[in-house]
Design a protein around this ligand. Structure first.
Ligand code: BDP
Length: 706
């Protein structure tokens, strides 16, 4: 009996590694053994050695990553040699050639080419980083089951500065973070380097991210102290071999707060000198430091306007402080003063007049939409309106307004919608993407930033599918012409499963998820009707807050006549900020896409829409079908069960159940509340909510723990 139990124990212990749950830590870089033996044999034949001679630190990273990836995927060690051996062995050669001819941007140093030369595959980068990106592209081929014989790939990023922005604080909290606390352990730095920093760098390099602003834009001055510069230096040291530069968000009033000066006026000589000395001090410690990100005169943060100066005065002073160091200033345009007639217009009104006044080292960083990372926004009117200034597109990867880490919302369609939007400022085809990559106005520098969704949770992003949003950001920053579905397919194959039917099911669910979220939360252009401060759940009835433009009623303007914000000439006229072609299309309720309708028009409840329904009926239809689509997502996900790791599958199943519950919450809250104005019944075939408005309102209090 004892012997039998012991044997059973041995069997169980022995079997344990096989059924180890996938905790999501390895992201899309799993490098698990490829299951298809035939394919493995083919890959093995072509990858019998890695040849590399350069001492470039980033190329060394590329070699190590290639070795690691091939070892995992093919189950055998790959030797690294200085020179390709003569004979029949086939392998991979890595080389740097600054003049290599690669497709895409001709100025970028990050491009790579992969081509068959004789029996070998050669990965040529225009720099060490180019080699690293090429290696990741090659590994991606294997991870997604593509052929590598006679491979010919050539690619260059369209956008030069591809940054993650962390909104992380010194005390370890993350503003709008839903995946645990900050991954940066400030109290341990610089002595202790969590291995996680390296894995973070690997993940970013694998998708082409080449910069990281490590702290919150609501910045603490602490980061500029000598003590913290040492900590930042330690992180920069981890990032450097991965081609990633570190940037800091800076607190405008730092000269006063930590410098002991009486002012932070950008035109004050001592202030200028303080910043120049600070920049020198940082570059002395971190020679490849990237530069500064600044939120100034926004949401209570100090800034140059406190001294009667403007954003250009502030940004240019910092640019001058950077001197000859190779760094940039990203100055955020997310500003809105209290008391403005329409928050939509604020950033435009403050920044448009400054076009042409910024120094060449300054980029102005503009959110994708004019309000604040809503589930759907029209593109920001500053895109196309500041041709003399390089504009960084800022998108939010963390799901502040998109259901935190409990709702499955794949964001590539949202990012693409903005990138593909046609500003028409220089004729048709003047897309936001072309403004941002600098090609429309011939800018030398270009940038894109994503507010990170990364935290200390073992799986990095809380919701396992949130990883896809991090991944998609990087891939689109590299090439905005990739489709959302193509990116989802890559990610799914690398992360979840390569079983073809399951891949198709999951990709279709991901691809529709953002539209579904919009339908059950803010259909047809409703915006900013979410829970106060927390930004979670519905609160369309919110009428009192610190400022009118922090309420919901300011935005939806529901009354007995209809719904929506009139931003045409008879209203706030924010529409006039767009080019004439856009104005024409969006200015008429007959031609305005339904997705943007209530952004620009106050529409009568009974007004017929192109769908054949009245506004009220269309609104209810979208809320109901949106919530029901979550059930469809649950079914899709359930059907992929056999193809996905069981722990991961169960995790997402549970989160989808939360999503369904909360989609019903949004639906009921919004239809019941708007019904008090529309005064019409819930149209057939939908059945009215079984709870009252008062009951649903109570839920908000529960969530906000009031
Ligand atoms: C809003 C967030 C706030 C940020 C701000 C910003 O609610 O926490 O500080 O944006 O971007 O979305 O500065």
């Amino acid at each position: 009996m004892l012997l039998r139990s012991l044997l059973l124990l041995l069997v169980l212990v022995g079997a344990a590694p096989l059924c180890r749950a996938d905790d999501g830590y390895r992201l899309w870089l799993k490098y698990d053994l490829i299951g298809d033996a035939g394919q493995r044999t083919q890959y093995r034949a072509a990858t019998q050695f890695i040849a590399s001679t350069t001492n470039d630190v980033v190329v060394k990273t590329a070699v190590a990553e290639l070795q690691r990836g091939l070892q995992g995927l093919l189950g055998q060690p790959i030797p690294v040699v200085a020179k390709a051996p003569a004979g029949t062995k086939r392998g991979i050669l890595l080389s740097v050639d600054p003049s290599a001819n690669v497709s895409g941007s001709s100025t970028s140093k990050d491009g790579y080419r992969i081509a068959a030369e004789g029996k070998n595959l050669v990965v040529t980068g225009k720099s060490g980083s180019g080699v690293l990106y090429g290696v990741f592209a090659l590994l991606r081929q294997l991870q997604t089951g593509q052929s590598i014989s006679a491979l010919s790939l050539s690619s260059s990023p369209r956008i030069q500065y591809r940054l993650l922005n962390h909104w992380d604080n010194p005390n370890g909290t993350v503003e709008r973070g839903y995946a645990g606390s900050s991954i940066w352990k400030w109290y341990e730095l610089p002595q202790q380097l969590d291995p996680r920093y390296t894995d973070y760098a690997r993940a970013n390099a694998s998708i082409g991210v080449n910069g990281v602003a490590i702290n919150n834009v609501n910045a603490s001055a602490r980061y500029l102290t000598a003590e913290y510069i040492q900590k930042v230096k330690a992180l920069a040291g981890v990032m450097r071999p991965y081609g990633i530069r570190v940037y800091l968000s800076v607190f405008w009033a730092a000269p006063k707060v930590i410098g002991g000066l009486k002012t932070s006026d950008p035109l004050d000589a001592q202030v200028k000198q303080w910043w120049a000395a600070k920049a020198d001090e940082i570059y002395k410690e971190i020679p490849n430091f990237g530069g500064f990100l600044v939120k100034a005169n926004s949401e209570g943060e100090p800034g140059p306007q406190d001294y009667g100066r403007n954003h250009a005065d502030g940004a240019n002073m910092l640019a001058t402080a950077l001197g000859t160091h190779d760094g940039i200033v990203m100055w955020r345009a997310f500003v809105y003063k209290a008391g403005s007639s329409d928050r939509f217009k604020q950033a435009y009104e403050e920044f448009k007049p400054l076009d042409g006044q910024f120094s060449p080292k300054v980029l102005v960083q503009v959110k994708n939409g004019p309000i604040d990372f809503q589930a759907r926004e029209p593109f920001h009117p500053l895109f196309g309106a500041m041709p003399k200034t390089p504009l960084v597109l800022e998108v939010q990867i963390t799901q502040e307004y998109l259901g935190f880490a409990s709702h499955l919302v794949y964001l590539a369609p949202l990012f693409k919608e903005c990138l593909d939007a046609d500003t028409q400022t220089k004729g048709p085809g003047s897309t936001v993407a072309k403004v941002v990559d600098g090609s429309l106005d011939q800018h030398r520098i270009s940038g894109i930033a994503g507010v990170a969704n990364i935290g200390s949770d073992r799986n990095w992003t809380g919701h396992p599918m949130g990883q896809a949003n991090w991944y998609a950001f990087g891939r689109l920053a590299w090439d905005y012409n990739l489709t959302a579905a193509a990116i989802a397919t890559e990610w799914t194959k690398m992360t979840l499963t390569r079983e073809p039917k399951a891949v198709a099911t999951i990709v279709s669910m991901m691809d529709k998820s953002r539209d579904i979220y919009v339908r059950y939360t803010t259909p047809m252009g409703l915006h900013h009707i979410m829970g106060q401060n927390i930004h979670y759940g519905p609160e369309p009835w919110l009428a009192e807050a610190g400022r009118p433009d922090w309420t919901a009623v300011y935005y939806h303007k529901a009354d007995s006549a209809g719904l929506g914000f009139n931003r045409t000439a008879t209203g706030s006229n924010a529409l006039a900020l767009y080019s004439p072609g856009v104005q024409k299309q969006w200015g008429d309720t007959k031609t305005c896409p339904l997705d943007y309708l209530l952004w620009f028009h106050h529409v009568g409840w009974k007004q017929p829409l192109p769908t054949g329904r009245t506004l009220w009926s269309e609104l209810v239809t979208r809320y109901y079908t949106g919530a029901d689509s979550v059930t469809w997502m649950q079914q899709q996900w359930a059907s992929a069960k056999a193809a996905v790791d069981p722990t991961l599958h169960a995790d997402i199943t549970a989160r989808l159940a939360i999503q369904r519950r909360e989609a019903l919450w949004w639906r009921d809250a919004c239809v019941l509340y708007f019904q008090t104005y529309a005064k019409q019944p819930i149209p057939a075939p939908f059945t009215p909510p079984t709870r009252t408005l008062a009951e649903v309102k109570n839920l908000v209090d529960l969530y906000q723990l009031k």
